[in-house]
Design a protein around this ligand. Structure first.
Ligand code: ATP
Ligand code: MG
Length: 295
């Protein structure tokens, strides 16, 4: 299944999109953008605005509230539409294909870039409450009081895109960032399998070392992954390892950087001990890696 928004986008007119953008703008201040404000921002007549609103409401891109005032807000379908509209105009995405992974915080789809190149489209879906979610959210937005799912998802996408830009430029084994808008990141497709799904390794010690080296390189340019585990490492048929899922990275100067680094090292060493019997000294690796941390 493709994303709903990709099918719907084709049915929308410029006016429909203007309404969606007006609602999005209003949501920086209101949880439901008042109808009068939508009319004003969109520049459409009141009657036209109402007409287009009822069309996109029927298409399930927005939610309506009838209370002290009539207001509308985007749901994820509406937000995806706005992101895909920009990405397809820039020609970085031509088509969204089927879902290859559905997480708590993102949907990962295969997609086609111009020229028919297979890429990955990662749709962030933050804000569906769970304990992990709340923790993450606090992490992302710090002390800001504005914590809407829209803001969190946009922030997560731009965090991941920024990390991939820096890392890829420095030759780290990560997906290549291609484009990003709102809650969506487009990146190169890694032909491989997530490490946790691999049951046999020709040379586990070498694979382990490859991951630690990637970590070291990231640290030397100032980034701590912060969620490293066998779930966020992809292994190619050539046994190269790629580290993915960088949305929660922190700078080495972040107050939590050292703890997160230690947890990253623990997660990965414990996995290799459990599954492949490789014993390594976490403290030694930690000290060595701390030595390369750029400050
Ligand atoms: N660039 C890529 N190339 C190939 N497959 C990918 C790529 N990025 C992600 N995937 C696939 O999608 C899965 C989830 O990706 P990722 O770890 O980035 O999402 P997630 O945010 O962890 O989702 P969750 O909400 O479960 O935490 C990976 O395990 C992998 O199978
Ligand atoms: Mg992940």
């Amino acid at each position: 299944m493709t994303v709903y928004a990709a099918q719907i986008l084709k049915k929308l007119t410029t006016e429909d999109l203007r309404i969606l953008i007006a609602i999005e703008r209003g949501m920086s201040k209101y949880s439901y953008t008042p109808l009068n404000l939508i009319v004003k921002i969109s520049g459409l007549s009141f009657n036209d605005a109402v007409l287009h609103l009822s069309k996109i409401h029927a298409l399930k891109l927005i939610l309506r509230r009838i209370g002290p005032y009539i207001g509308y807000r985007l749901n994820y379908n509406g937000y995806d539409v706005l992101a895909l509209n920009v990405l397809s105009k820039r020609k970085t995405v031509e088509a969204i294909g089927s879902v290859i992974a559905k997480g708590k915080e993102s949907d990962i789809h295969e997609a086609l870039a111009s020229g028919g190149v297979k890429v990955i489209a990662k749709f962030f879906r933050l804000g569906k409450t769970s304990f992990k979610q709340v923790k993450r959210t606090c992490f992302f937005v710090g002390l800001r009081r504005h914590t809407s799912w829209l803001y969190e998802s946009r922030l997560a996408a731009s965090n991941e895109f920024k990390a991939l830009e820096i890392l890829h430029k420095h030759g780290l084994f990560t997906p290549k960032p291609i484009d990003s808008n709102r809650n969506v990141v487009i990146m190169s497709y890694i032909n491989g399998a997530p490490l946790y799904t691999v049951n046999e390794l020709g040379n586990p010690a070498e694979v382990f070392e490859g991951i630690i080296n990637n970590l070291k390189l990231a640290l030397s340019i100032g980034l701590v992954h912060g969620d490293l585990s066998e779930y966020n490492v992809m292994l190619t048929p050539e046994q190269s390892t790629y580290i993915i899922d960088w949305a929660q990275w922190v700078n080495v100067n972040h107050p939590d950087a050292h703890n997160l680094l230690k947890r990253d090292i623990m997660n990965i060493t414990q996995y290799f001990t459990r599954k492949y019997g490789i014993r390594s000294n976490v403290d030694k690796i930690y000290d060595e890696l701390r030595g390369v941390m750029k400050r």
